[in-house]
Design a protein around this ligand. Structure first.
Ligand code: SF4
Length: 280
């Protein structure tokens, strides 16, 4: 099978740097605990676990083991809590997620109700809501659809930010609807340029060249799911986490296969999937 791959696949710089910081902590301490998944890929996670990384859901009350805040970030309350308990934090928040947090914080400081466009249960969104002052009782609303935008109460003035990996075209549409529910709306487009570029590369090149697409990435990776949705709107698309999941019956003889990936997928996993597609 002939394969095509866009220019950018594999880790984004945010995940790559987060992994490097985690790796350094493991080298220095021999073990570390991550608040959630440092990378949405089981084999990359297993490699870190073999070196002493474990996953936790809540901040420990005490202990000397370094605690990793993942690239998705965390609330200011969590950092404060860690400081009070004398914990060592390894902050790997991606600078582009930090940018979303800063915008939300600035808006809250100007007494604006803040709308976050994103998925309510996502770790990044929970962190951004914290920076927008949700724990201090400020008005922070998370929405992800046009219907939810239309249902917002009218406000004289408000601000809107976006989960970094949310699809930019839908964010723009939602922001327009929210403007209709607001006297004055401050829009900060905080979508991630790396994710936007992958979406653009899929739409502008890859989908015109191929018959079927394989998107490689974790099933709980928001940007991988969004990329798979974009591709599936135009072509038969299969979302896999590794080469072992590929099924020969998905492909017909002579088809051209596009292989792309989310930003938390290691390049070597994409290489393996592409090689397996070629061998089909
Ligand atoms: S996808 Fe974008 S925001 Fe998320 S970690 Fe990568 S560079 Fe940062």
């Amino acid at each position: 099978m002939e394969t095509f791959r866009p220019r950018h696949t594999g880790f984004c710089f945010g995940v790559r740097d987060a992994l490097a910081l985690t790796s350094t902590a493991l080298d220095q301490s021999g073990d570390a605990a991550a608040l959630g998944q440092v990378v949405h890929n089981s084999r990359a996670l297993e490699a870190l676990e073999a070196r002493g990384l474990r996953q936790i859901q809540e901040l420990p009350r005490e202990g000397s083991i370094p605690v990793v805040v993942t690239a998705h970030g965390a609330t200011p309350e969590l950092f404060e809590d860690a400081r009070r308990h004398g914990l060592q934090i390894v902050d790997t928040t991606c600078p582009l997620v930090r940018r979303v947090q800063r915008h939300a914080q600035e808006m809250a400081e100007q007494d604006m109700p803040v709308v976050i466009v994103g998925h309510a249960h996502h770790q990044e969104v929970a962190g951004v809501a914290g920076w927008a002052g949700s724990a201090q009782g400020r008005e922070v609303t998370v929405i992800s659809s046009l219907e939810e935008a239309d249902a917002l109460p009218y406000r004289e003035r408000r601000g809107i930010v976006c989960q970094s990996t949310f699809p930019q075209p839908l964010f723009r549409e939602i922001a327009e609807r929210v403007a209709g529910r607001s006297g004055e709306l401050e829009v900060r487009d905080t979508t991630c340029p790396v994710v936007n570029q992958r979406q653009r590369e899929a739409l502008a090149g890859l989908l015109d060249q191929v018959d079927v697409v394989v998107v490689v990435g974790g099933r709980n990776s928001a940007n991988t799911l969004a990329l798979a949705q974009t591709c599936a709107a135009r072509l038969p698309t299969h979302h896999v986490e590794s080469a072992a999941e590929l099924r020969p019956e998905w492909f017909e003889k002579g088809q051209r296969v596009g292989v792309t990936s989310g930003t938390s997928t290691p390049g070597w996993v994409v290489d393996e999937v592409e090689a397996a597609c070629r061998d089909l």
